[in-house]
Design a protein around this ligand. Sequence first.
Ligand code: NAP
Length: 291
Amino acid sequence: MTAALYLLRAGVKTAMIEKLSPGGQVLMTAEIENYPGFPEGLQGWELADKFANHLDKYDLDRINDEVRGIEIGAPFHTIKVGDEDVQAKVIILATGSRYRRLGIPGEERLLGKGVSYCALCDGNFFRGQEVAVIGGGNSALEEALYLARLVNKVYLIHRRDEFRGLLCYQDKCLTNDKIEPIRATVVDEIQGEDQVESLLLRNVKTDETSELKLDGAFIFVGFEPIMDFVPDEVDKEQNGVVTDVEMHTNIPGIFAAGDIRAKMCRQVASAVGDGATAATAAFSYLEQMED
Ligand code: NAP
């Protein structure tokens, strides 16, 4: 949305292609406390709405469909969207990331039956019950705090002794009566007939196994970039599309911004910065094409 805003303000004819609602992972985030200008914090959907509404006064072509692939060309690339082909001199890839799966038995089978990757979407179903949050990064800590408002107990299961997430979230989790950390422990299996009933745990130091009875398992073990539709010719690493500091990929006219990029920092603020940078570089590229 930031890239679209910058391109529109520079007078570039712009289409924004989105298969769901604009906002991505932000829509699944309960509270955003670190986006500058909002010291009290705000809910993810509120911030996404503000971004989307900001575009309303511009002549943006909004295409609500899924991109199936891209054909690289010159001067136009072709984007396969739904049943249509869209031609563009510049493409900014900004499809973000999706939750990583643990890949353990029971995870796929019990998805939607107690296994979830979204506390905001599913937390309400577990009011008064006991759940686990698996992971030790910012997502796991934040979501554990959100769930603790709804459920009776949150087991916070992390594979190491030290959490990866920010100290401010660690402090809040470790002083919350409803959150019980289980450290140096991995989940080997999610068990249950038609609904999650228990987790098979293994202490990684002692190799001791145990069964933890509960009602739900929320998995937050990182993200993987959404780049299935990105052509092979575009350079990628395991954690995203490779760009330079101005968001150029190796293919002229194709740029990338936000969580789809191979990078360390995955924040709303950094995605916004990437979007502005990509649009500015894209505008220079278009101007050079005209010369
Ligand atoms: P993350 O920072 O990559 O953390 C993933 C966590 O899952 C790590 O603690 C990791 O353990 C654990 N993990 C990974 N694979 C595992 C496996 N197979 N089994 C068990 N545990 C596993 O991911 P994230 O928390 O989703 O955050 C992603 C990015 O978004 C980060 O850059 C984060 O800072 C950002 N983010 C920021 C905020 C915020 O600023 N408020 C909120 C949410 C996310 P190890 O620690 O042992 O590697």
